[in-house]
Design a protein around this ligand. Structure first.
Ligand code: DC
Length: 215
């Protein structure tokens, strides 16, 4: 494997991106960047600031002014560990809206590229637009899918909510993320598509490791 390697992992909510990306990063000793957590932390900052969420300029100003980082599995907002706070219901229901703002995406995309550069261009980066926009020249692009029922099962296990509610929330967020004007969730050109519905996540990790070993 080359010294510098960027692996892009995209896909909808609840498909297992974080578990798979973490496993692959650990195997190859690469950095792991969860960009969904960054959009969530930016959303938390917007909620805490009290600005009107319909005011795209004000929201962008807040996002420009924050310091975001990820290290040791923690997401940090202005130096504080917000890993738990960004999973709250308030953040989950506002994040699609905040991440649909073009300028917010510019700020966070630049941050993501800088993070990877500072980690020696050795990273697994997960999100929705990594292979299509953030790293279109990634060494390996993976797109994970799974049927919505299976994704809801994986998420309800995580969040402790019931299946029907989780499935409805997942489908609402996916529909929004896939149809937004800026950087919608899409299969990037050249991506390896893996349907994980009938696979365990360790099996998916092994498949991605096998693909990455070829680059
Ligand atoms: O992966 P997640 O559920 O934590 O992501 C939270 C939200 O962030 C999701 O609704 C879409 C958005 N997101 C995005 O727009 N672009 C990314 N690269 C990652 C996440």
């Amino acid at each position: 494997m080359a010294d510098e390697i960027v692996i892009a992992v995209d896909g909808p909510s609840g498909v297992g991106k974080s578990t798979v990306s973490r496993g692959v990063a650990r195997h190859f000793r690469l950095g792991h960047l969860d960009t969904g957590a960054l959009y969530r932390a930016a959303t938390l900052a917007v909620l805490e600031s009290g600005v009107d969420r319909d005011d795209a300029e004000a929201v962008t100003e807040v996002v420009r002014g924050i310091d975001l980082d990820q290290a040791d599995g923690e997401t940090r907002l202005n130096g504080a560990d917000v890993s738990r706070a960004i999973r709250s219901e308030a953040v989950t229901s506002a994040v699609s809206e905040v991440s649909a703002i073009e300028e917010v995406r510019h700020v966070l995309v630049e941050m993501q590229r800088r993070w990877v550069f500072e980690h020696g261009n050795r990273a697994v980066v997960e999100g929705r637009d990594i292979g299509s926009v953030v790293f279109p020249d990634a060494d390996l692009k993976v797109y994970l899918t799974a049927d919505p029922d299976e994704r809801a099962r994986r998420r309800s296990g995580e969040a402790g909510t019931d299946h029907g509610t989780t499935r409805a929330a997942i489908e609402r967020r996916d529909a929004f993320d896939s149809t937004r004007a800026v950087s919608p969730l899409t299969v990037a050109e050249g991506a390896v598509v893996i349907d994980t519905t009938h696979l365990t996540l360790p099996e998916v990790v092994d498949l991605v490791i096998a693909e990455a070993s070829l680059v």
